[in-house]
Design a protein around this ligand. Sequence first.
Ligand code: E4P
Length: 217
Amino acid sequence: MKFFIDTANLDQIKEAASLGVLDGVTTNPSLMAKEGIKGEAAVLAHYVAICNLVDGPVSAEVLSTDFEGMVREGEALAKLHKNIVVKIPMIKDGIKAIKYFTDKGIKTNCTLVFSAGQALLAAKAGATMVSPFIGRIDDSNWDGVQLIEQIVQIYENYGFGTEILAASIRSGLHIVQCAEAGADIATCPLSSIEALFKHPLTDIGLAKFLEDSKKMA
Ligand code: E4P
């Protein structure tokens, strides 16, 4: 399973990369705005800065919602760096744009996916990745991990090559459940990746070993 970090914060990306287990980055307009990045030039420069920190796919989202706009923006984003993946919303024109980029060999991430039918459309259009938002599904009292299981089954049935990128992760438990369900990638806040380290018995065991090590001196 690949680990992506879901942030536009350069310090958090550096911190996750320093762990040696980071495979890529996802961003979205909300995450970019949170970092105070304004204006086209600054946005493009920020994507390049992220690409320079991580040697793996970096999702950069288009802001247009019409086919022509998405194509224009996506082509400009793809030219920024070889690791850019054009992130496109799950709407009709988005699916058309994904097919266009697939035919041109440009990588895509179909975002804002909340149902198996949407994931099926993304795969048929040739999306490189599909992003089911499991945390937001849980927030609306449905089962986000169950959606991952459904998509895994459908993609296996037909041999689709689209990678399942579990998004909107809220906890370490979410990551483990998505791994069990067979997601190819989890994109997570740094806090969820760090949660995987934690177990009280590890802390108790280490304290005891360190205490006993004094007897070895
Ligand atoms: C995915 O690519 C999105 O950026 C992200 O996972 C959304 O997560 P949220 O529901 O925590 O905003």
